[in-house]
Design a protein around this ligand. Structure first.
Ligand code: ZN
Length: 117
């Protein structure tokens, strides 16, 4: 089992689609067999609670899970959920630095960090 699969840069969608065939979902430990991604993750997203109803702790835990796992769902669903959890729009660039994104999401209030990219 290779452990060298880092998140692909967000702008290499085609490359990712190919890469994803060899991946498994880090969350559910099942192979990701096609472009649709992990069936369990998709089902979770389809029924996911509104991020605004979650406690800060729950939101951050879920955010960490998405950011640190292999990409397991299509790009647009991934972005939509991350943005819901963070509570604002994000730039693809922010995904390169999950730690900072998680820290920002923990700030009280909804600050808009467009200044440093
Ligand atoms: Zn999954």
């Amino acid at each position: 089992m290779s452990n060298g699969s880092l998140l692909a840069p967000a702008d290499t969608i085609v490359g990712m689609a190919r890469l994803r065939r060899q991946l498994e979902c880090d969350i559910h430990l099942v192979p990701i067999v096609d472009e649709r991604g992990c069936g369990y993750c998709l089902r979770f997203l389809a029924e996911a609670p509104d991020a605004r109803d979650l406690s800060m702790t729950t939101r951050i835990e879920e955010l960490e899970r998405w950011l640190l796992a292999n990409r397991s769902v299509p790009e647009e669903l991934f972005y939509a959920r991350i943005e819901a959890l963070v509570g604002r729009r994000i730039s693809p660039h922010e995904l390169d630095d999950p730690d900072t994104l998680i820290q920002r999401a923990q700030r009280p209030g909804r600050t808009y960090d467009w200044d440093d990219w």
